[in-house]
Design a protein around this ligand. Structure first.
Ligand SMILES: Nc1ncnc2c1ncn2[C@@H]1O[C@H](COP(=O)(O)OP(=O)(O)OP(=O)(O)O)[C@@H](O)[C@H]1O
Length: 353
């Protein structure tokens, strides 16, 4: 299912399911600027949902409303059936958050940071974030809590592959290691819902794969995950459904298969000689090819979007081969390529601009 701009993306397939995240007609203004312009989607329990989109599309803003950091200008937002602002205290114990930019106290060690976080999340009900605006409750005795490395702290560090850095000062961590620490903090309390804003930015390929495994394991254990990412491979690997946002709106929404199906398949080959024109070539499924001339030959590319995604390349090849046989031509370097998530992404951006 590919839904177009302005269409409610809550989807009938989600109806009746236990939706852990519900966003309906969300609008978010910063002064005169509307960053989110009517966004709707739902995430059933135990699903990983990815918000993709261009820079400034409104992904983080949407997350921040769900996280209870900022009230919505308009629309409905529910997490575990609760209002993220009114029920912030209750949700804090059930929700894990990994912000886009974690902010740590550089003089603490990794283990001390986890201990501090544990203390903060168990202390009172007020909002606490280690990003940017770190808030320490007045009664919090930092020195009293950070000396030892207990099993729960070590467990969280092992989960993300940071155990060897337990006694390293946070300011000595690399960018990717800081992201791992962010993830350790987000999953510390075994949350029912996890908000991950660009979780693997700055990680090397191995660390990224480790992180994917952590996220997949959490999902297998029943955690519901909302993820933003610029790595399309990450979304493809992890998400059961995704949405592509641009300028405050969701433009395409569905399973990876559904979103990719809308981006078309290409059939490409080369013909000897540079005298070929559109009129000489067959129309496949009502589509004419694009032609480019190079090195004494003609490069021919069809982009097919009609029919069933599973069968469209098959349907195109028979008439194409017949056409070539009848003329004694060879379709040199004939290749069929499935549309990709990147094609779908570029299509959204291209159509809107
Ligand atoms: N506090 C704020 N005040 C004013 N404008 C803001 C504020 N926060 C975000 N914006 C604007 O809202 C728009 C959406 O920002 P947001 O951070 O949600 O985008 P994003 O999709 O997460 O982008 P990126 O992929 O670059 O992280 C941007 O144009 C941004 O400049």
């Amino acid at each position: 299912m590919t839904l177009r701009q302005g269409v409610d993306a809550t989807g009938t397939e989600a109806a009746g399911l236990d939706n852990v995240i519900e966003v309906g007609g969300l609008r978010q203004r910063y002064g005169d600027f509307e960053a989110v312009r009517g966004v709707s989607f739902t995430v059933p329990r135990g699903e990983i949902f990815a918000l993709l989109g261009t820079n400034g599309a409104g992904k983080t803003t949407t997350m921040e409303v769900l996280e209870g950091f900022t009230p919505a200008t308009d629309g409905t937002v529910r997490v575990l059936g609760l209002d993220p602002i009114r029920h912030r205290r209750e949700l804090r114990l059930r929700v894990g958050i990994m912000l886009q930019e974690g902010g740590f106290l550089g003089d603490l060690t990794v283990a001390e940071t986890v201990d501090l976080w544990k203390g903060l999340s168990e202390d009172g009900g007020r909002p606490v974030t280690l990003s940017g605006t770190t808030t320490l409750p007045g009664s919090f005795n930092l020195m009293g809590r950070v000396r030892g490395v207990d099993r729960r702290t070590m467990g969280a560090l092992e989960l993300v592959g940071l155990e060897s850095k337990a006694r390293t000062k946070v300011r000595q961590l690399s960018g990717g290691q800081k992201r791992k620490l962010d993830l350790a903090l987000a999953v510390l309390s075994a949350p029912e819902v996890l908000f991950l804003d660009e979780p693997t930015t700055g990680m090397d390929p191995e660390a990224r794969r480790t992180t994917w495994k952590v996220i997949e394991n959490l999902r297998a254990g029943g955690t519901t995950v909302l993820l933003t990412t610029h790595y399309l491979e990450e979304a493809e690997r992890l998400a059961s459904r995704l949405a592509i946002m641009h300028e405050g709106r969701i433009h395409t929404y569905g399973t990876v298969e559904e979103v990719v199906a809308g981006s078309g398949d290409t059939v490409a080959f080369r013909l000897a000689g540079v005298t070929w024109s559109f009129g000489d070539l067959p129309s496949l499924d009502g589509t004419v090819p694009t032609l480019t001339y190079a090195g004494g030959g003609t490069e021919v590319t069809y982009t097919l979007t009609g029919g069933r995604a599973e069968a469209r390349a098959h349907a195109a090849l028979r008439p194409l081969l017949k056409w070539a046989d009848e003329r004694g031509e060879t379709l040199e370097r004939l290749a069929v390529r499935r549309g990709t998530l990147e094609d779908a992404f570029m299509r959204v951006v291209g159509e809107v601009r």
